[in-house]
Ligand binder design. Structure first.
Ligand code: NAD
Length: 305
């Protein structure tokens, strides 16, 4: 007799290279064993680079290890391009989930064993961009302001809208779930959303908008049919990546200040990813929240000792 098993899939958006927080998020899901992931990159150049990186890992699709989850695909999704975004969600993502389920059905039929299906259950939005980020806020042009907000904040609305049919495909509602999880969207933010931080410039208002979108979507998608979708943000402390190190003026000074003042000092990408996993996959009663993973920096005020 065939038993239906539903496996969970996380869509992780925003891998550029080895240092990307999204790559650590990928590992945090795959290590659990009961999650597979689909990754997105911005363009073909990044896709080639990321493919090479994952071929070196134990998580690639052809790996013989059964203990970890698998990377089901690396696809392009440029959120500044409506066509690219629609093509990814309406074609590539659908095909990847569909083909993988077919593969499983064939394998399982051959082995006369269980019947596995993969449902999208978590989306991690780990992407941002601001042109002219080195300009002080006062000198930010209208074009740069709009582009920063489009890519870093509005994209979460677009991603949420396109993800809904997949996230609700499975019976993932909190009440009904056998694994006490619900579908979720989780994004990455920074302290600069709520405080004026030197060098963060136009990204401050963009992250403030992103966090407000998190609350708005949490309200709307929590009430959505029988399958509520949770929406949360994780604020990471400063971590050296291409976007941060290359984009933010005074980034090293930010890290030095955290090292001196934060109770736990600077955080790693893996520490942030562990919380992203928890928020996305386990925190089934939490939505609309912004969680700090910053070594405690945000609780401290006054002169440093
Ligand atoms: P990263 O450069 O590795 O990731 C940023 C990603 O955004 C890249 O993959 C890039 O391709 C993607 N991106 C930019 N424009 C895009 C577009 N038009 N379409 C699709 N993707 C696009 O840097 P990261 O530090 O890993 O950043 C990931 C997230 O974490 C961002 O939201 C960032 O603001 C946030 N964050 C980073 C830090 C930090 O210190 N590194 C701290 C707090 C929050």
């Amino acid at each position: 007799m065939t038993t239906a098993i539903t496996k969970k899939v996380a869509l992780i958006m925003g891998v550029a290279n080895q240092r990307s927080i999204a790559l650590s998020c990928m590992e945090s899901f795959l290590q659990k064993g009961d999650w597979d992931v689909i990754l997105t990159v911005q363009n073909e150049k990044a896709r080639v680079k990321v493919q090479k990186i994952i071929e070196q890992t134990k998580y690639n699709k052809n790996s013989s290890s059964n203990r970890n989850g698998k990377i089901l695909g690396v696809d392009i999704c440029d959120v500044s391009d409506q066509m690219s975004t629609e093509k990814f969600f309406r074609e590539s993502l659908q095909d990847t989930l569909h083909n993988y389920n077919d593969d499983d059905d064939n394998n399982n039929n051959n082995n006369n064993s269980s019947n596995e299906h993969r449902n999208l259950q978590a989306v991690i939005h780990s992407l941002a961009f601001a042109p002219e980020l080195k300009n002080p806020l006062i000198e930010t042009t209208r074009e740069a302001y709009l582009e920063a907000h489009e890519i870093s904040a509005y994209s979460l609305i677009q991603v949420a809208r396109e993800s809904i049919p997949y996230l609700q495909h499975g019976n993932n509602g909190i009440e009904n779930s056998s694994s006490s999880t619900s579908s979720s969207l989780t994004t990455l933010s920074y302290l600069g959303a709520g405080r004026a931080i030197p060098g963060y410039n136009v990204m401050g208002p963009a992250k403030a908008s992103l966090e407000s979108i998190v609350r708005g979507l949490a309200l709307e998608l929590g009430q959505h049919s029988d399958h509520p979708i949770r929406v949360n943000a994780v604020r990471a402390g400063p971590i050296p990546t291409v976007s941060s190190k290359g984009g933010i003026t005074g980034f090293e000074r930010m890290r030095q200040d955290v090292q001196i003042r934060a109770p736990l000092g600077n955080v790693t990408s893996s520490q942030v990813a562990a919380t992203v996993y928890h928020v996305a996959a386990e925190a089934c009663g939490m939505t609309g929240q912004t969680i700090e993973v910053d070594g405690g920096y945000s609780i401290v005020a006054g002169p440093s000792s």
